[in-house]
Design a protein around this ligand. Sequence first.
Ligand SMILES: [Zn+2]
Length: 494
Amino acid sequence: MTNTSDRDPGHSLFSGQSSPASLSSTIVPLPSSAYNASFARRQQARQAIRPALELVRSTDAELGVAEKAEAAPKKPVLFGSRALIYKQDPSVTEIGIRKVLLRGPIQPGPRNARISLQGMPSVAPNTMNDFIQAPETPAFDAVHAFAIVHQTLTKCQRALGSPIRWQWNTTKNLEPINVFPHAGETMNAFYSRSDKSLEFFFFKQPGTPAPAPVIFTCRSFDIVAHETGHAVLDSLKPQWIAADALNPQTGALHEAFGDIVAIFLALAQLDQVEALIVQTKGDLHNKTFLSDMAEQFGLALGRDNGLRNADNDKRMSEVSSEVHDLSQVFTGGIYDILADMFEFERNIEREDEAATLLRVADYLFGLLLRAILQAPAQDATFADVVNQMLAISATDGKPVEHRNFTRNQFVRREVVGSPALLSADFQGEELQAVQHAHLQIQPTGLQNRSACCGTMRHRQYSGAHIVLDEELAALRDRGIGGSVAQKVPAKAAE
Ligand SMILES: [Zn+2]
């Protein structure tokens, strides 16, 4: 465990990269002065015809064409900066790097109102307000981490249709999340509520002769999305992260959500979706970069089988109460439902199947997020979320087949029992959770999180930390808290 004082920008690890300026001109060509002058003239011409459009609208309004007049609300100015990201991570060379457009005003850092890069030299945008940096440089890593956190937050907010506050935000506290791309040298990455941070570490690849290649967790699309997923879920369900929750399934939902966010964020990238269809010929159970990820980054999260293993067949009777092991049942169920829904919705006579997958994935992720929001505030189980998904799907007026897939996949995985045959249509009944006596918390009263990512192993989420906080609060209430509180380390050692 490394604390904040150990953060190291890691500059000595880099050498001989191409300059961002030369990269900009090849990846995002800068316009010539002649083009800029021409563009300005065209903009002025467009401005000139706007009064005429207003006249048309007011004339429509006078004529009673109210809809037309109302259909033209003033739109806010769309800010946007381009950036480069790894589609997966540096080891997945097959799909490489892509440009992304990040909406909203973005300041040097980069930072915006919700996300602030820390612990590294500030990165300034170029003259077009783009953050194009050479790969394998600290500046690229800063922009990459910012871009993926930005995309993850945007994806979750769109799915819910409303802004998502960070866990500490109130009407008076609008502090952004602090992102540390080079938080220090250790095999770890985590979200810290108490530090209001996402911290990504780097490490020398184990088992390789010197000089061993350095692995940067901030360069993994999946790891950054996964840890940001923890931060998002912590704001929606603050009690789910506690290590002393009575049911290990609650912690497993947290860990599964991180993996699920990473999968669905990849499925929100249009070029990724098309590449996936081509690679698998439309069979999502075919081995893909979506469900089977780079092992070197999986190691960073303490896993020996890659970051994701979403396309699995694990049942409740086949897993332990270790939270990551358990989480695979839920992640696998969601992945199966995605594959089932996609196959059901696919109609290649009417729609490109990449478009179908994009649409189905977008709906399913939103359905899951809304179900989580409706689930109990504490000690939630897989069955709680599954039942909410079934209820919301019916309210949405979706075909009964969607609910059949959800019921059948989670019955198959022994999460819930069904009184009806799986060949019959789902009738709307609440499904009962199957009890598994072997899935218990440890004798310590804490969940077994030994194979989870750094977030879930962080001591600040253990009961001991909560008790410590309560004791300190009591001391402060008695008027002697100031000096005592200052002796508490900023972050518990892991
Ligand atoms: Zn995690």
